[in-house]
Design a protein around this ligand. Structure first.
Ligand SMILES: [Zn+2]
Length: 459
């Protein structure tokens, strides 16, 4: 069995039993972490010198429409309505299977390069079975851990996203049986469900039943933007007795207290995409309200059509926006402008909490917390080494602050996924970057002319 010894790292394990260790070692045997400690006395392992680096568990992105990577930056100034018009209604129907492969491979490498070792690919681009197969093939080609979250075709918003009478396709069964039947593999499966309002109640019941019959988790967008907020999706799901611990609720910015309580009572998990939500009008930051209901959110990137694809941006946006809400209430209370009964003082979100959201809570949302999410002996060796001997990160006074407040993707020096080194010396270990880039360029060039007639597409 292959053995690797990471030496001289500052380990931020995020596991209470392991704690944080300065100048420590991580022994990896095969695909798993065998031991963490000082001077493990191992001499027969391949060594990685991590002097001056911080070791963290790989980030977990719990919701990204990875196929859209070839449309990066197409809508820097878009609202949700623009996005539905241009990306979902106009461009998605034009995607060919090779465009999906190009987008998914580029998007997955974007994630991995920045230290995201587990990606939930919310793939609503299953226009044909070949589209789905290419999405999965690209995730395998990228070499990261992924959850292929199998969605519907996107051949028309009216058909699939407006009171849709179209249930999830039977092809979901084929994919589960033929491609992703192994729940212990590097790529696992879940169902990208639409939910009440986007589709009719009998379709909702069908889709939730399908996921549970196939024993795969469910991921659904809820409570964001005025158009979707009015669906009151969590209440409708509750009325249909469909809430459960196997479901992740994305966004939830506009969910009221009753809906957050229903999610918490059912054991469900949440995923918030701070940058996209603040840019596109999903609603105010929901993390503090979720915490008040006992829900510890995970973080997600969502789209790169007008926002960055890395987890550092998400952590910092979340910290800034959640704290802004608290500071604003305090300011208004001081000036006598606070006109509700709740106390103005609320605990400020901490850097460590946000790092946990980006790692272990993501693992929990994906149902993978027994395998990943912390640096723990016995868990899979998904490890990120963050170099700190740089102008943007030196000196290191508090390693958690360094990761959350100072570092960026340029500091992500070394990455291991399931014990395999996939990034070394600051570069992904692969020799096909030119081909990946050329395929993405070709897909982008083929797709973009179709958007030229959209009024929302200003350039
Ligand atoms: Zn989304």
């Amino acid at each position: 069995m292959e053995r690797t010894l990471i030496r001289h790292a500052h380990v931020v394990s995020l596991d209470a039993a392991v704690g944080d260790l300065r100048d420590a070692e991580i022994l990896i045997e095969g695909d798993a972490i065998a031991a963490i400690g000082h001077d493990l006395g191992v001499t027969d392992a391949a060594a990685i010198d991590a002097r001056g680096a911080i070791a963290i568990p790989g980030f977990v992105d719990t919701h990204r429409h990875t196929w859209e990577a070839v449309l990066r930056g197409i809508e820097a100034d878009a609202t949700l309505a623009d996005y539905f018009d241009v990306v979902l209604d106009t461009l998605a129907p034009k995607y060919r299977p090779d465009d999906v492969h190009a987008g998914n491979l580029l998007g997955a490498l974007d994630a991995l390069d920045g230290g995201i070792t587990t990606l939930l690919d919310w793939s609503h681009i299953s226009n044909t079975p070949e589209h789905s197969d290419e999405a999965i093939r690209a995730l395998r080609d990228a070499g990261l851990r992924a959850v292929y979250c199998c969605g519907t075709p996107n051949t028309s918003v009216a058909t699939w996203w407006t009171d849709s009478a179209q249930p999830a396709q039977d092809d979901v069964r084929r994919i589960r049986a033929e491609q992703l039947s192994d729940d212990s593999g590097l790529i696992t499966m879940s169902l990208a469900a639409r939910g009440p309002g986007f589709c009719l109640p009998e379709v909702v019941a069908h889709d939730w039943r399908l996921a549970r019959e196939l024993a795969i988790p469910i991921s659904v967008h809820v409570g964001f933007g005025p158009a979707v907020h009015r669906f009151e999706m969590v209440k409708r799901l509750h009325e249909q007795r469909l809430l459960g611990p196997d479901t992740t609720y994305i966004h939830g910015n506009l969910c009221d207290d009753e809906e957050l309580r229903l999610i918490a009572d059912s054991g469900g998990t949440t995923s918030i995409a701070p940058t996209v939500e603040m840019l596109m009008g999903h609603g105010l930051p929901p993390a503090a309200r979720m915490l008040a209901h006992g829900l510890r959110p995970s973080l997600s990137i969502d789209v790169v059509t007008g926002s960055p694809g890395d987890m550092f941006s998400q952590m910092r946006t979340l910290l800034a926006t959640e704290r802004a809400l608290v500071h604003d209430r305090l300011l208004r209370a001081e000036e006598g402008r606070l006109h509700d009964d709740s106390p103005p003082q609320a605990p400020l979100l901490s850097a460590r909490q946000v790092l946990e959201f980006a790692t272990i809570e993501g693992a929990r949302a994906c149902g993978l917390d027994r395998r990943i999410g912390t640096l723990t002996p016995g868990k899979q060796a998904d490890v990120v080494l963050i170099a700190t001997d740089r102008p943007n990160t030196w000196p290191v006074i508090d390693p958690v602050a360094t990761v959350v407040c100072s570092a960026d993707t340029g500091n992500v020096e070394t990455i291991l996924v399931a014990g395999r080194v996939v990034k070394r010396d600051g570069r992904l270990v692969r020799d096909d970057w030119t081909q990946v880039r050329d395929a993405a360029t070709a897909a982008s060039a083929r797709l973009l002319p179709h958007a030229s007639g959209c009024t929302a597409h200003a350039h």
